[in-house]
Design a protein around this ligand. Sequence first.
Ligand code: GLA
Length: 743
Amino acid sequence: MPIQFDSETGIFQIDTKNTSYQMKVDDKKNLIHTYYGAKIDADDLYKELFMIDRGFSGNPHDVGKYDRTYSLDVLPQEYSCFGTGDYRITGLHVQEDNGARVASLKYEKSEIYEKLLGIPGLPAIYNDTENKCYTLSIFLKDYANGLSVELRYGVIEELDVITRSAIIRNEGTKKVYLLKAASMNLDFQFGDYDFITFYGRHAMERNVSRSEIHHGVQSVGSVRGTSSHHYNPFSIICDKNATEQTGECYGFSFVYSGEFLMEAEKDQADQVRFICGIHPDDFKWVLNPGDEFNTPQVIMSYSDTGLAKLSQNFHHTIADHIVRGEWKHKERPVLINNWEGTFFDFNGDKLYNIAKDAKALGVDMFVMDDGWFGKRDDDNSGLGDWYPNEKKLGCTLKELGDKITGLGMRFGIWFEPEMISEDSDLYRAHPDWALIAPDRAPGLGRNQLVLDMSRDDVCDYILERMSDILSNAPISYVKWDMNRSISDKYSHRLDTEHEGELSHRFVLGVYIILETLHNKFPSVLFEGCSGGGGRFDAGMMYYTPQIWLSDDTDAICRTSIQYGTSFCYPISTVGAHVSVVPNQQAGRISPLSTRAAVAMAGTFGYELDITKMTDEDKESVIKEIKFFKEYYELIHEGNYFRLSTPKDIATAWEMAARDESEALVTVVYHGVEANPAPAHFKVYGLNPDKKYTVKYVGDTENAVEEKYQGHVYTGRTLAKAGITIAPALEEFGSYQLHITSKD
Ligand code: GLA
């Protein structure tokens, strides 16, 4: 059993394959955090705590008058509370009905389960694999106001994963307001760390920021209603010297698609505290007697062999324990989407012709993007009117779907369910369904308003419309978009006291619809989207196995976006398409082979008017699709390694088979030079003692000089000495190398 509790010493220890997590209930009944890191024995590390009398770090009443060394201001805790003398960032901030802002949690009891526990209404890891999973629940109690906090630790032993979440119950007799209810608190007593976070903007998401954790508070978060393009709900705390292959690192993925806050503070004693949860700025939850509040879950993992292993732990956790349903490990269709090919300017015939040409090249599915419903010839109107525009299509939706599926293809469709245009029949009928503060003109984003997803009548309408469309046409894919940040937070339904619940209730409403559709249409593949990657989080992946990565389809920008994304999210979740050049967002011209090689590090597809392609390019598309399908299993199920950063001479990445039999390396040069320096990379994840042949494959197979082909090395040599890559033959040229075991 990887979870142990010694009732005599009060020590809890959770062990995974390579890690240990230790806490202790001390003689004051406080739950103290004593260790998280590489696997250790269950020795009592409480003894290593350094307790001295620190001025202005007060002492709880129950430690006794003469002990000035025991202070919650410096002790490492499992779940810190505001108001009892801990002046660092804290996890729980409550206000009692009488106005007092104090919480004090004491250990009550614990329970251990040989399974994972779900969270009502929220996404969370689950298990249908052979991996052994467990849960530890620790119950803490505030005996003054009756608040109970259940701290939950889910364990996936094999993947070195421990999850954190909390359930806060009002077991008292009076109302309590939650002002901050974090999902986790993790205290580090020792060490110098860096904080790695992922920042961005629309069409340039998940750039990597790495900075020293200094004294004070550093944080990333979102108050935009969604997890956002601007900061991703994933972060890493690691050794200052940690690299891809060395050093200690801790990762935190918040399984939530709304407003979040991840904070790190270095305190007066050089300790680091990390807190993650729903953003408290616009959060105030009323907890009446008998009520409970479930916080979303955080997935944590630890590696002492660098960032590559940490990322792989997250990839496998998300692919195996977050993504659900029929499409979990099923080969995803290579799709063609008409958005960048036609934008709003299409009719049924035009779409059918694109589908027909795409089918001839090997594409599996045609996706009709924005513009098929209501009055929608640009992005200023129609959202909410989810009725097919038969006049524009020139036929019914079913007729179009039948024609496309008649080609032997799947048919997919775009929705933006959380939105409403001012110029729409829905808005004219239900102005109070939009988020608009009384007596104010609402802020616009893309000239649209946001629906109040906290309302059940709004959710019912969306469910009815989507179910009707999905039931009456042969649709096997839905792209679920969300194209603005939320402002003007006011629900016409909630009373004043409950308005502070709106942001979280909005997310819960979205999840209810997604969950209902997931169950009602199990064969439909859902792809998430929010202006590209504005809601690229593990919460959405519970409902949408893939998410459109970015509205920037330029191959070179994408190498950077995909690099940042890869720290947490597996390739199977990354929506990636080949588009035309010059690229419509960046203006860059890159070779078709490079655009394909980059899109293959994702779900793979095309987003252009294929009827306008030259015959030569069409030949390449046929080869690219064939290539992708041949390597599908390796690409989508293997172990992912970043071999460079996007700032190097080339961006390179690798997928290595989990059985170490083969690997596929992709190298994308950032430019061409006369008399160039070579790109050189180490190749990981192979058996040190086996011999492997290195072969250039794909579009560039015949282009490289003979001297680069067919080298044979052991896995050890590949990992320690590495290989030199043939120089680029053209601007933004790329190579794919297949490395196969000779045995
Ligand atoms: C968003 C999406 C695009 C496309 C448009 C349609 O920007 O990210 O892929 O679907 O909306 O309006």
